[in-house]
Design a protein around this ligand. Structure first.
Ligand code: HEC
Length: 174
């Protein structure tokens, strides 16, 4: 409440200043803008799953049978691992989906999102070390995180009606 009053007073002061013809230089350093406490994603959690989480996880799983060959392949895999870590941090916040707020408020949801984030961090390290065994283990760990959270929260049909593509299997790749 006090914060709102301060903002109101500030805008009155700014309005008053704007009326002056001489630009005034204030001696007090201006406060940096506050980071909003609740960050709402501009899309639904369902869309984050489909467009980010699922897309980033596939290449990590696939690396187990289609090993990265070139530096560019490794860089690509590192970016996918970064996307998993970032996605874990993002899904801690609700988006525009019907049940997003309900889900994000649950402690179990926080635990699963943290696990996704940590698994992403492990994947980055494994990729940087070019350790294919570790990448294989992290792939398995990733499946457990995805499935664990889906068992706890996912409904039989996604609220946003969006399904991910089926993940490729070794037989899909030459
Ligand atoms: C923190 C919980 C959580 C984690 C972790 C999680 N998901 Fe999800 N996921 C959900 C929920 C909840 C939905 C359903 C969203 C809806 O219906 O609005 C969903 C939906 C999806 C969908 C779209 C619906 C469908 O059936 O195709 C895909 C694809 C998906 N998740 C893939 C993954 C993959 C892959 C991982 C792991 C790499 C993962 N998710 C990790 C909670 C999670």
């Amino acid at each position: 409440m006090r914060r709102i009053m301060r903002l109101v007073l500030l805008s009155v002061a700014v309005a008053a200043l704007a009326g002056c013809s001489e630009p005034q230089t204030s001696s007090a350093p201006s406060e940096p803008p506050a980071i909003p406490e609740a960050i709402r994603l501009p899309v639904s959690l369902n869309e984050v799953m489909v467009a980010l989480v699922n897309d980033a996880a596939d290449p990590i799983w696939m690396a187990a049978w289609r090993e990265p060959q070139t530096d560019a392949d490794w860089r690509e895999l590192e970016r996918r691992a970064l996307q998993i870590q970032l996605a874990g941090a993002l899904i801690a916040h609700p988006g525009t989906g019907a049940l997003d707020e309900q889900w994000a408020a649950k402690p179990a949801w926080m635990q699963w999102s943290n696990q996704l984030r940590n698994t992403g961090a492990d994947a980055i390290a494994a990729v940087q070390n070019r350790d294919l065994d570790a990448i294989g283990n992290i792939g398995d760990q990733l499946v457990e995180v995805c499935e664990g959270c889906h068992i706890d929260f996912k409904l039989p049909f996604p609220t946003g009606g969006q399904f991910g593509e089926l993940s490729p299997t070794p037989s899909d790749v030459e």
